[in-house]
Design a protein around this ligand. Structure first.
Ligand SMILES: NC(=O)c1ccc[n+]([C@@H]2O[C@H](COP(=O)([O-])OP(=O)(O)OC[C@H]3O[C@@H](n4cnc5c(N)ncnc54)[C@H](OP(=O)(O)O)[C@@H]3O)[C@@H](O)[C@H]2O)c1
Length: 297
């Protein structure tokens, strides 16, 4: 069984949950572009900027992992639209650098992709749906998927959607933004026409662990069990955190005018992961209560 796991982008939102889930079972080397000031986990850490080809190759070879869990990404969707060169370098070239570093080794490569590879006209999508990204972030995630798929036989791709977790570190966390805004009694507007199944990081971390234990290969969707709009999700957050939901008003994607176009009718069908990994997916209320225990606890 796999023993040594190298995690890229380990100090981001999903990294926190993945380390928490894997650490009791494996030797973990948590890597990131920079080391964090505060790191609560008892595992090895290293700097690894995946855009640096030679340093990445040398760093990965020195660690000699059984599995790479590749989480590192430029995840600011509007930022990717504006800084296309950076988005390509981190999301595509960075992934290619990692693949090259484990080429011709038995190392298993686990890549985290996104529902943003789809155009959002006919979700929820299963694993066989045809990708057609409508923003630059989605294009880079699809190009990275293709690099992984072309790399040989030792890979798993998990596609996931609207991540949220206990991590208070991620500026990108929608839950943190809703909670802190409502706690400050600030009114917020949230789109009511972007659909999906928001995903608790603890759930996908469990799926990643099971994929390592069962040594599976292929593409798997992982998302929460409920399909709802961002506005409905925000109202659920207010309910679970006992905050004032009347501060949340609905708006449309068109009125919000985000820089990058967004897939509207998205969502990921999770039947395959449930069947093959023997996992269940979790309701939004259950996951938000777990997050509340983590943040407020
Ligand atoms: N968040 C979502 O809703 C969502 C949905 C679907 C799929 N995903 C995918 O899930 C994965 C994890 O996302 P997340 O929510 O944990 O994002 P996150 O909190 O933004 O974490 C990504 C991490 O990657 C690091 N990183 C950026 N550039 C790097 C580089 N050149 N070398 C090494 N590390 C680098 C970031 O470090 P810095 O912060 O220092 O730049 C950050 O720690 C990503 O692949 C993302 O595309 C996320």
């Amino acid at each position: 069984m796999a023993r040594r796991i190298l995690i890229t982008g380990a100090f981001g939102q999903l990294g926190e949950a993945v380390i928490h889930e894997l650490q009791p079972h494996f030797e973990i080397i948590a890597t990131g572009k920079h080391l964090p000031g505060h790191f609560p986990h008892n595992c090895n850490t290293a700097t690894l900027d995946i855009t640096q080809r030679t340093a990445t190759r040398n760093g990965v070879k020195k660690i000699d992992p059984d599995v790479v869990v590749h989480l590192a990404s430029y995840t600011d969707v509007d930022g990717c639209e504006k800084n296309r060169e950076k988005a390509w370098q981190v999301n595509v070239v960075g992934t290619e650098n990692l693949i090259d570093s484990v080429r011709e080794t038995p190392t298993n490569f686990i890549y985290i992709s996104s529902d943003y590879i789809f155009d959002g006209t006919s979700g929820p999508y299963d694993e066989s749906a045809k990708p057609s990204p409508i923003n630059y972030y989605g294009k880079t995630k699809l190009a990275a998927e293709n690099a992984v798929r072309g790399s040989g036989d030792h890979w798993v791709i998990f596609r996931t959607i609207v991540l949220y977790g206990e991590s208070s570190k991620s500026d990108a966390s929608f839950v943190n933004w809703v909670v802190s805004s409502l706690q400050a009694r600030k009114s917020i507007t949230v789109v009511d026409d972007q659909w999906g199944n928001p995903t608790w990081t603890g759930g996908i971390a469990e799926a990643i662990k099971m994929s390592i234990v069962l040594n599976i290969r292929g593409i798997f969707n992982y998302g929460g069990s409920e399909f709802l709009t961002r506005f409905e999700f925000a109202r659920k957050i207010a309910e679970v955190f006992s905050l004032d939901a009347t501060l949340i008003s609905p708006t449309t994607t068109e009125a919000l005018g985000q820089t990058a176009p967004r897939p509207l009718r998205s969502g990921l069908v999770t039947d395959k992961v449930e069947e093959i990994l023997g996992l269940r997916t979790y309701s939004t209320g259950y996951c938000l209560r777990k997050v509340k225990e983590g943040i407020v606890g």
